[in-house]
Design a binder for this molecule. Structure first.
Ligand code: WTA
Length: 669
């Protein structure tokens, strides 16, 4: 159970008086140059207010100042949340790769763009802006020569590495969309995403290396593409020296890149052309391909990267998320590169070769902002403070947390031990759908007070609201409810690939006029936001989003299974773990342990290892309402061992089912 935190951050009071001085002498031109002309804006609060009440003016100024346009936009935004229409910067043309590369090559070609922190500590590779542009152009030319056209979608199945980033940017350069699939997903999950995206080209590596183990990524792709008739070619980069079987379909990426020209004409893209698809789990059905477009996404990623983390030119930004997730997209790749920053690509794990890995890396790479997930922090704190104290982490200035609620213990440890009580911890709330951070403690004021475990304040132009069950606005403080976003922002997803109706039903219809996030939140007495968790059947395992329906789908495919219900339950390291209740068909004749293992293997094979149920309980029947709906609330209470909280069971079809399940659960524990 996460505790609501009330204790204030230690340095908050110290900085408050300093704060007052600061706000009096607030220099807007130094803080946000494009805001200098905003009428009546002389302090931070006024700037925040301006970004909401003069949203078009705010975003137009930022877009003109921060992006390099081929031709200017004529309309700042044309959005109607109730109908799912979202358009920003129409009429404008630009190229995202030019914004991330060429303009920095112009001013600082030898600046390091990427630090590839390879699995083996001490073997990092630095790539300058000039080198990254060279790679991107060669790859862009190769893709073009091999028939990839503007509007096509290329699937990328690679671990974090410079060639993966170059692949994303090469797509952007020639106007193709990319679809990065986390390299921990199974062949089946990959195939499903390739089919939905209708990719004809897949980019991968021969093998991955993680935590000292070799992972056969090319083999996984081979298996996946067998079921994907759209795939015509697979580009294979060499991460290790081990040869892999190459078929007629396969292309040796590095060898072919050498033959290409290092100059590649960037495509002039409309602001609303697709930049990428990224699949994520929903509460029902198959994962959905969220669509992000060019200008708005890039602008939102770069602005949040700079302001939420107080990123300054010359800083080294260390986001340890995989590029297969939105955090990797926005804060390992697009945000930092659009800002001309130096960004780390982390290939390893927090405990390889030992639990000091992150902090040894911070010391060696002189990282200034570290951005990671609470699950890793919870794991590392168990190993003790000495793993942090062994290393010099004095370069750190800001610590970020993302993906799931950060509990007080983890927050305190991160702040006190890793940040030496000196570095602010910014708990950032956002989603694949939002493109970038929406709520974070210090979006507009690098000295603002921070309350542990709270995301706190909306970013510029963001208007979070809480609603009640009927969709009415909850206007007072100290209240909780479904979290919605009341004003469109440039970074938001535009649709679900091939299914705009699902987009409207999921995000726009639950609370008309608002974008519904699927999360609940509490607004404190002071007006700060704390995320309380998902309101739907999406669970969060080690910071990875999973739909319980996806797991049930796999389990139900086993011929021995009649039906199943999957829920998430609290886990002290992973945040949530997967618990499956399974009803077997009569006379299966296989021992339960064997079946249990079989079901776990099926989930690994169909989705990914992290989706595997931690517990499988075989039951005679599931608690259902008279209309046949599974009462998951009851199952959750049983697993939490909160029998007093079972609530009203009168709508149950067969109340005896609960007793059996309680008994079975106790036996399992
Ligand atoms: C959860 C990851 C609490 C939330 C960027 C959201 C969080 C889902 C936080 C999105 C946070 C993300 N505190 N919960 N700071 N950040 N979440 O799409 O439930 O992988 O809806 O994006 O993660 O997960 P996604």
């Amino acid at each position: 159970m996460w505790l609501r935190c009330t204790s204030k951050c230690v340095f908050a009071s110290l900085s408050r008086s300093y704060n007052n001085v600061l706000s009096r002498s607030f220099n807007i031109a130094a803080f946000m140059p494009e805001a200098a002309g905003f009428e009546g804006v002389s302090d931070r609060a006024a700037l925040q207010e301006f970004s909401l009440s003069n949203s078009d003016h705010f975003w137009a100024a930022v877009a003109r100042h921060r992006l390099t346009w081929i031709s200017p936009f004529h309309t700042v935004q044309d959005c109607d949340l109730s109908r799912g229409r979202i358009k920003w910067f129409e009429g404008g043309k630009l190229n995202v790769s030019v914004n991330c590369l060429d303009r920095h090559v112009h001013t600082c070609p030898e600046k390091v763009a990427l630090i590839w922190e390879r699995d083996e500590p001490g073997s990092e590779v630095k790539v300058t802006y000039r080198q990254l542009l060279d790679m991107t152009c060669r790859l862009g030319n190769l893709l073009r020569r091999r028939g990839v056209k503007k509007g096509d979608c290329v699937t990328i199945y690679m671990p974090p590495c410079p060639l993966a980033v170059a692949s994303m940017l090469a797509c952007a350069r020639i106007g193709a969309a990319h679809n990065v699939v986390f390299a921990g997903f199974s062949a089946e999950a990959l195939a499903e995403r390739i089919r939905d995206a209708q990719s004809s080209t897949v980019i991968t590596v021969n093998q991955g290396v993680r935590g000292g183990r070799v992972i056969e990524l090319k083999k996984t792709v081979d298996t996946a593409v067998e079921g994907c008739p759209s795939v015509k070619q697979v580009f294979v980069a060499m991460r290790t020296e081990n040869p892999v079987v190459m078929t007629d379909r396969d292309v040796s990426m590095e060898e072919e890149m050498k033959l290409e020209d290092a100059v590649c004409e960037p495509a002039a893209m409309d602001s609303e052309d697709v930049l990428f698809l990224l699949y994520t789990s929903g509460s029902t059905g198959k994962p959905k391909g969220l669509v992000h477009t060019q200008a708005g996404y890039l602008l939102y990623a770069l602005l949040t990267h700079r302001y939420v983390f107080s990123y300054h030119d010359g800083d080294v930004f260390g986001c340890v998320a995989d590029i297969g997730w939105i955090t990797g997209h926005s804060y390992s790749v697009y945000g930092p590169l659009a800002n001309g920053g130096t960004t780390v690509l982390f290939e390893s794990t927090p405990v390889y070769p030992n639990p000091g890995r992150y902090w040894e890396m911070v010391q060696r790479l002189r990282i200034n902002q570290f951005y990671g997930a609470p699950t890793a922090i919870r794991l590392l704190l168990k190993y003790g403070d000495h793993w942090v104290h062994k290393y010099d982490c004095s370069t750190l200035k800001t610590l970020g947390s993302v993906g799931e609620p950060i509990n007080t213990e983890a927050w305190e440890w991160y702040h006190r031990v890793v940040g030496d009580g000196r570095c602010p911890v910014v708990d950032t709330w956002w989603q694949t759908e939002t493109g970038g951070i929406c709520i974070a403690p210090r979006p507009s004021d690098p000295d603002a007070e921070i309350v542990p475990g709270m995301a706190m304040r909306p970013f510029f132009g963001m208007k979070p609201v809480l609603v009640d069950g009927e969709g009415k606005l909850l206007t007072s403080n100290n209240t909780s409810g479904p979290l919605c976003l009341a004003q469109p922002w440039p970074g938001m997803a535009r649709t679900i690939h091939n299914n705009h109706q699902r987009f409207i039903e999921t995000y726009c219809q639950p609370y008309p006029g608002y974008f519904f996030t699927g999360d609940g939140a509490h607004r404190s007495e002071e007006g700060y936001y704390q995320i309380t968790g998902r309101l739907d059947d999406v669970i969060n395992v080690s910071g990875h989003r999973l739909g319980t329906a996806e797991i049930e789908d796999v389990v139900n495919h086993c011929p021995a299974v009649a039906e199943s219900a999957v829920i998430g339950y609290s886990h002290d390291v992973k945040g949530q773990a997967v618990y499956a209740f399974v009803v077997l068909k009569k006379e299966v004749g296989v021992p339960e342990e064997d079946l249990s293992q079989l079901l776990k293997d099926m989930v690994s094979k169909s989705i990914a290892k992290y989706a595997c149920p931690d517990q499988i309980q075989f039951v005679q029947r599931l608690p259902k309402t008279r209309s046949g709906k599974i009462m998951r609330r009851v199952l959750r209470k049983v697993v939490e061992q909160d029998l007093g909280g079972l609530g009203d069971l009168s709508t149950l079809d067969d109340p005896a089912a609960v007793q059996e399940i309680v008994q079975g659960h106790q036996d399992l524990c």
